[in-house]
Design a protein around this ligand. Sequence first.
Ligand SMILES: [Zn+2]
Ligand SMILES: [Zn+2]
Length: 449
Amino acid sequence: SWRKLRSGEKKIAIGPRSAIFSPTQDLGIIILDEEHDNSYKQIDPAPRYHAREVAIMRASMTDSVVIMGSATPSMQALEMTKKGKAVLLELTKRHESAKLPEVEILDLKQYTGAMKGELAVPMHLAIKEALDKKEQVILLYNRLGFANYLQCETCGHIPQSPECSVSLTYHKRKNQLICHYSGYSRKADTNCEKCGSEFLSEQGSGTQKIEEQLEELFPDARVLRFDRDSTSKKGAHEKILDSFGAGEADILVGTQLVAKGLDFPNVTVVGVTDADTELAFPSFQSSERMFQLLSQVAGRSGRGAKPGKVFIQTRQPDNEALKFAQKHDYNGFADSELDFRKALNYPPYSRLVKFVLKGKNESQVRVSAFKLKSVLERLVPDFDSLGPSPAAIAWMNQYYLWEVMVKLPTDRGGNFIERLLDKVMEVYEFESEISTNIVRININVEAIR
Ligand SMILES: [Zn+2]
Ligand SMILES: [Zn+2]
């Protein structure tokens, strides 16, 4: 295919993020659909590029145009339009003038005695009703195994890092709460830091057997599962969706994957079993991710002639991002999110550069991370650096991972960043007693997590 593109025989290249490197001749337009999607960023292995950045660079070199499409533009893209680096074109009519569905927020704290498995009673009833009418249901459940966290059962609060406003991760073995940005840690709270309640519960882990649960609750319904496990085989993805689209199943359950661009006219109920897991994700982007997820989810319901309804279960019914998602208010969300980013100097107001240190001996990795941090503090004292901290997934394939981050200004170009990072590594390698062959360091510019 690449040869045909190079010879000019083919004029359109379409593909995942790597298509941005295709040898298309006389380039005219680069289109990034679902621009906000994190999969445009390659995290590992190198090159750790963001396809949006590459697209903009390639367009400027070839004098072509970049078109980014999204129902929930990333804060980075939005900021470009505010700075006049991009033009915002808004579609004001919805596809086939379908109505936006009604979004109902269910406060799990109110339903502790009225749950059917993972489902609060109103959601359970709505699903039952839809099934009785031979309509279909999509259910999103938690992404598992990423991070555990504590949550107050009284007010829904999730402990936050005092410096970085990201959620703290709960480490049961050490009974500690840890910030994966700054490395801040403390003994696990016994009382809620917000309301003082002593009812804190551990969330985010556990094996929810939602599929079996649904089969018990709705014995006549045909349930299809859609997640990384069930779609890992080639073609399995399309097969599951085709089968659901053809009405061969009544309920589709899955992780956030099911929210992506699906269009099923017979789906009238969409449910999210626990929106808080997105908020608890240890990232400055957690609110944005939740807003995007819920907006996509809302777009899945009521695509056809029948009106749809969306149910979102949470313990933080007053959360701002959630409220904006309920009202389908992107602009409101973006304003409040940009204020938060600005106050803490997160992207798009800074470029987040992440150093990931990786080695087989934990204490060597830790010592190296502290060394790197001290080099950064001396070389670039004016730029905020965060960490060192064990990575959110701190141990992988027999390697320990630690991270150090630095927030660089956005008004300096790639050359400046390259020179600066070269200098940092040069000084680090000179001073560190541990070779970079033993503790490897990956540098990730425009780190998104
Ligand atoms: Zn509380
Ligand atoms: Zn922190």
